[in-house]
Write a protein that binds this ligand. Structure first.
Ligand code: M6R
Length: 608
């Protein structure tokens, strides 16, 4: 949700900032802008629209300044426009600031500043930061920023430059990510690692309440509240810059769909023993797992859907009651969790504001929190009691795919761990699931090897305004993810229903040829699902079924069957979702949508 870059060094800043923004565009793409200190003045260029518009506008007007900041925006306060784009400046043009997050008390501050004569050029909350720093500046940018921070509430990652101190950037963070990159004679700042990976692998993450002062030769970190120095441990990024590139695929989303076999293999590796899940790999005491009486899974969007799958699997294997909550609901409903609840927060980015707030609420109530996240050192990883990293690698496309299937594997391994500790499964049953988990990467690769039928169906789906997804049990949870993928990137309205629920109202919407995508991987409810398929077929629906190989029953009743390899029922979601991801992808391409950057969305949602 908004991307920030910063550069201090010896080279012209503009190309470095633009290249960094290009890597961060997935975080927001309503508008973009850069500011560079140039000959003791601040030069700013910004434009509504994607980065390409800014690139066009820059033609022939690039200053040589070696210190600068940049921003790519996902609008919160104020519609996308040139004026509302960042960086923002004070009235005199002495400062420039970029910001990610929301300043909650901006209106009161804005009114006060306006009464004192400040004139505002935008509708944003961010602009008050530039005017405040102007008001507090008396020759020391750090001190002025500290005063600003002491006054604002809300969430922010922000970076300031000042024409009177042309050699530095001052950055602060609270509830929005900021990474520092350390180079030789140059230093970097960014919302995410891919933006700096072409320059350095030496990084560390700022934590809440910290302020970083970047100059060419050093980065110092202090407490923004007290100014006390903070020492940081350098983290060497292991993954390759290529992992954050498209590598010949048309879109990041397609590349990431095809990376799933590796993502799953990496996530499973080291988590299994010959006789089950490796309990040590979970980072939670077996005694704790044995004594909990409830699991609460909290997440947003696709991660929430992974949690729904987790509920079915944990309850089936470990016989512990599981509640699943949308994080933005959980945090405000005085949730019933306590010392005997294991709260599992699931977040690809580890920075989703609602999920982070839910984690804090759970901890406040005494629950133990396990974070399932894809980003090392992210906020949820740091604040949870234990972390299960999904090793999916960087996920750039806004639509989550490989992170989701890796989260499903995390749920399966958690369920297995709980089952082992609570002795709810026989060794044979555990062995069967372990063997199935190990087969999953190759099975996903097999599904990906045949995309022809999915492409053909997408050509038919693309012309529909409404599509239904149905399923029973864990298939219902997968249906929800299939529907979200389709609406998110192709803008086709899609809804998921528990198959048995259709006849309680929604069946009225089933008309001649309307596509009904049926998940039918669960043997124990297969006959019931088939009955529901017949009900929609009788009303003229065009039924596309996703079924396990060898399932002849569904073949008879569906118009098209997308088969995935045979597996254990609790592992089936990992395979069943892959055709749905591809269906969404190819439908979006056929409708000429911007697959990687769907309208109105952003990758990492760091505001409420
Ligand atoms: O980073 P997180 O997993 O916390 O993000 C949660 C959701 O915003 C995210 O899954 C979103 O729903 C995806 N765009 C869906 O593809």
């Amino acid at each position: 949700m908004c991307g920030i870059v910063g550069y201090v060094g010896e080279k012209p800043a503009v190309p470095i900032l633009m290249a960094g923004l290009q890597k961060l565009e997935y975080r927001g793409y309503d508008s973009a802008g850069i500011a560079v200190v140039d000959q003791e003045a601040i030069w700013v260029k910004k434009a509504m629209g994607k980065l390409a518009v800014l690139e066009d506008r820059l033609n022939g007007t690039r200053p040589d300044g070696v210190v600068g900041i940049g921003h790519t925006r996902w609008a919160t306060h104020g519609r996308p426009s040139d004026e509302n784009s960042h960086p923002h400046q004070d009235g005199r043009g002495d400062f420039a600031v970029v910001h990610n997050g929301i300043i909650e008390n901006y209106l009161t501050i804005k009114q006060r500043l306006a009464a004192a004569g400040h004139v505002f050029a935008s509708e944003t909350d961010t602009e008050i930061l530039a005017h405040l720093v102007e008001a507090y500046y008396d020759g020391n940018l750090e001190a002025a920023v500290q005063r600003v921070v002491s006054e604002i509430t809300g969430s922010y990652a922000a970076a300031f430059i000042c024409r009177h101190e042309p050699e530095k950037i001052v950055a602060v963070r609270k509830d929005s990510p900021l990474v520092i990159g350390l180079g030789q004679g140059e230093n970097f700042l960014a919302s995410d690692i891919p933006a700096i990976l072409n320059h350095t692998r030496k990084t560390y993450v700022l934590t809440d309440g910290e302020m970083a002062v970047l100059t060419r030769d050093a980065v110092t970190v202090k407490s923004a509240a007290t100014g006390a120095p903070v020492s940081k441990e350098i983290f060497e990024v292991k993954w390759d810059a290529v992992a954050a590139e498209k590598a010949g695929f048309d879109h990041f989303m397609l590349k990431e769909i095809f990376e799933q076999p590796k993502a799953l293999r990496d996530t499973i590796t080291g988590r299994l023993t010959p006789t089950g899940a490796d309990l040590a790999a979970l980072g939670l005491e077996p005694a704790l797992l044995a004594q909990i009486n409830q699991v609460a899974i909290v997440a947003c969007g696709t991660a929430y859907h992974a949690g729904l799958v987790g509920k079915y699997i944990i309850e089936a294997l470990a016989r512990v009651p599981v509640v699943v909550d949308i994080a933005s609901e959980f945090r405000y409903r005085n949730p019933m969790v306590n010392e005997q609840t294991l709260v599992v927060v699931v977040s690809q980015s580890g920075e989703t504001a609602d999920t982070l707030a839910a984690l804090r609420e759970a901890k406040r109530k005494g629950a133990k929190v396990l974070a399932v996240t894809n980003v090392v050192g992210s906020s949820v990883a740091r604040e949870a009691d234990a972390v299960f990293y999904t090793w999916a690698g960087p996920e750039i496309a806004v639509a989550s795919t490989k992170a989701y299937t890796s989260q499903l594997v995390a749920m399966q391994i958690l369920a297995l761990s709980l089952a082992q500790v609570r002795q709810t499964l026989t060794p044979d049953a555990i062995g069967e699931i372990v063997a199935g988990l190990k087969r999953l990467p190759a099975q996903v690769a097999a599904v990906l090897a045949g995309t022809g039928t999915v492409k053909a169906i997408s050509n038919r789906i693309k012309d529909w305004d409404n599509v239904f997804f149905i399923g029973r049990g864990v298939d219902y949870a997968v249906a929800m993810e299939g529907a979200l993928k389709l609406k998110e990137i192709s803008y086709i309205h899609a809804e998921a229903y528990a198959a048995g629920e259709l006849k309680h109202g929604t069946l009225a919407l089933i008309t001649e040829h309307i596509p009904v995508i049926t998940l039918a991987t669960q043997e124990q409810v297969l006959e019931k699902t088939v009955s529901n398929v017949q009900e929609v077929r009788a009303r003229g629906a065009y039924v596309i079924a996703v079924a396990l190989a060898g399932n002849e029953t569904v073949n008879e009743y569906a118009d098209v069957v997308l088969t995935v390899p045979q597996t254990h029922p609790v592992l089936a979601p990992v395979l069943a979702v892959v055709p749905l991801q591809l269906l969404a992808y190819y439908s979006a391409v056929a409708r000429d949508c911007d697959v990687d950057k769907p309208r109105n969305l952003a990758k990492s949602v760091t505001v409420e």
